[in-house]
Write a protein of this length. Structure first.
Length: 131
């Protein structure tokens, strides 16, 4: 499996913490992953999972609310991988670039990131970890 440098292809947009369930659906063999997001920006998100896929893998995703309603839905591409180490506190997972989002999803992402900034919370560094 190809592992990209965690800063390669990683967006520099302001990121907000987001701890939500996400389902990733891959076109090959109806493969899917149930995981949890770590953070999100207007250009992508970090997904915490040990079931990482190769850089370049494309998939459909659905982030859900606690009540099971759709929060954000679209397509994404794995652009970098993070291999966590207990000593460093880094999470294992994938950096994802959004390829397409519906208008409502775009607005939800923008409002989440803006609210995060208004509350004075720290943004995230390029490794997908809080900084």
């Amino acid at each position: 499996m190809k592992t990209a440098d965690s800063s390669a292809g990683c967006p520099t947009a302001e990121r907000a913490s987001l701890d939500r369930s996400v389902r990733l659906e891959f076109p090959i063999f109806r493969d899917f992953i149930e995981a949890v997001t770590g953070n999100i920006s207007e250009s992508g998100m970090f997904i915490r999972t040990t079931a990482v896929r190769e850089v370049g893998s494309e998939f459909h995703f659905i982030l859900t609310l606690v009540d099971g309603g759709t929060l954000i839905e679209g397509t994404g591409e794995v652009v970098w991988l993070s291999v966590g180490e207990k000593e460093s506190g880094r999470s294992t997972g994938m950096g994802v670039r959004f390829l397409s989002l519906g208008r409502e999803s775009v607005e939800l992402v923008r409002s989440n990131v803006a609210e995060h900034g208004r509350l004075g919370r720290a943004s995230f560094d390029l490794d997908g970890e809080s900084g």
